[in-house]
Write a protein that binds this ligand. Structure first.
Ligand code: PEP
Ligand code: MN
Length: 377
């Protein structure tokens, strides 16, 4: 069961204490508080876990301070929608993320040289983009490949990000200590930017890491679907994160591994954008770089990465994360799929057009639905 509190009630309110007192008589039921902070309001929920059958819904519903009580049959009790209020999303470093917002994160696969990182941030600034991606810790298939510069590069990356007014960098973490290293480097440099902790596809079911990112409140999380996992397994992994207390999660589709995706690197799974939006409150991201894996282009002159990015956006994606590099042939990781810095304005305009098309398509459907529902003369 989930109890949603009225907007004016906090965990300090008298009504909250009364409600808690009432619920504590049910001995086999554990209480968990979940708080969601949106742009205009905060929602506090009490999640009841255990044998909740004997708790009378109508009684709970009528208690002071309760806006709504719902019995949840869904397994996604934290990230699920449960038909309650519209999902509110979250704010981070001046930006808002929810199922209606739209952001484009650009940057190299891995942090390499200060010159390349600065060139990337500079191009972003020139194109009014404040959301970046780049890994300091890289999970590589071979132990002999570049593993990322690790914590050593963090101070200069963050300082350069501050110089070019970058608000958020999506950065993969491979182990719980990387979260502390990122936090320490931000502290040391005076928080010139923000970080979204990325859980990569290879760690999609690393439960200790999921619990570690979930049990901190400093950073939001970008969770990338497991390349060999069902959607249900990946959503359950997000449930792990949220059940530790952090609900600021974005779910990223990045393709799944199967030879049926050949000649692409992975099979594009962006048809799941509306599915994730329907099943959960989470904003949904698409990563067109990793499913495609190269800069190949169609006879229409448009690269496959552009084509599938637009497919994700037209399906309603709230975020696109894509790899760019100032000199892809010299990139230490994923160079073949990095887009050229010079094409950043083109890519942004292309995606803005796809986003406008999506918004217009949504209006068309809403208008026709209203028309169909209007009483017939
Ligand atoms: C990445 O974003 O560079 C990355 C390694 O992604 P994924 O975990 O989806 O392969
Ligand atoms: Mn990569």
């Amino acid at each position: 069961m989930i109890i949603i509190l009225k907007p004016e009630i906090t965990t300090e309110s008298y009504e909250f204490e009364q409600l808690k007192g009432y619920l504590e008589q049910f001995k086999d039921v554990k209480l968990q508080i979940a708080e969601y902070q949106g742009m205009t309001r905060k929602v506090i929920e009490i999640h009841l876990i255990g044998d909740t059958q004997k708790i009378p819904l109508e009684v709970v519903q009528s208690l002071p301070g309760v806006e709504k009580a719902i019995r949840v049959s869904s397994k996604y009790r934290q990230i699920g929608r449960h038909g309650q209020l519209e999902p509110i999303g979250f704010d981070y470093n001046g930006l808002h993320f929810d199922q209606n917002s739209f952001h484009i994160f650009v940057g190299p696969c891995a942090v390499d040289t200060p010159e390349y990182v600065e060139a990337m941030f500079k191009a972003m600034k020139e194109n009014n983009v404040r959301t970046a991606r780049m890994g300091a810790y890289k999970p590589r298939t071979s132990p002999y490949d570049f593993q990322g510069h690790g914590k050593a590069c963090l101070p200069w990356v963050f300082e350069l990000a501050g110089k070019y007014d970058v608000a958020v960098i999506a950065m993969e973490v491979l182990a719980p200590q990387h979260i502390d290293e990122i936090f320490e480097a931000l502290e040391k440099t005076g928080h010139p930017t923000g970080v979204m902790l990325q859980i990569g596809t290879r760690n999609a079911q690393n439960f200790e890491l999921l619990k570690a990112v979930g049990s901190q409140q400093e950073f939001p999380i970008l969770y990338k679907r497991g390349m060999g996992l069902t959607l249900e397994e990946s959503l359950n992994a997000c449930e792990y994160i949220a059940s530790e207390g952090n609900h600021n999660i974005i779910f990223c589709l990045r393709g799944v591994r199967t030879h049926l995706g050949d000649p692409h690197r992975n099979l594009v799974d962006f048809g799941h954008v509306p599915v994730v939006k329907r099943l959960t409150k989470l904003p949904v991201c698409v990563d067109p770089s990793h499913p495609i894996g190269s800069r190949v282009q169609a006879p229409d002159g448009i690269k496959d990465i552009y084509h599938v990015a637009a497919q994700g956006v037209v399906a309603g994606a709230n975020m696109v994360i894509v790899e760019f590099h100032p000199e892809p042939s010299k990139a230490l990781c994923d160079g073949p799929q990095a887009l050229f810095l010079e094409e950043l304005p083109c890519f942004l305009e292309y995606l803005d057009t796809a986003r406008s098309a999506y918004l217009e398509m949504r209006n068309i459907v809403a208008r026709h639905t209203m028309h169909q529902m209007a009483p017939k003369p």
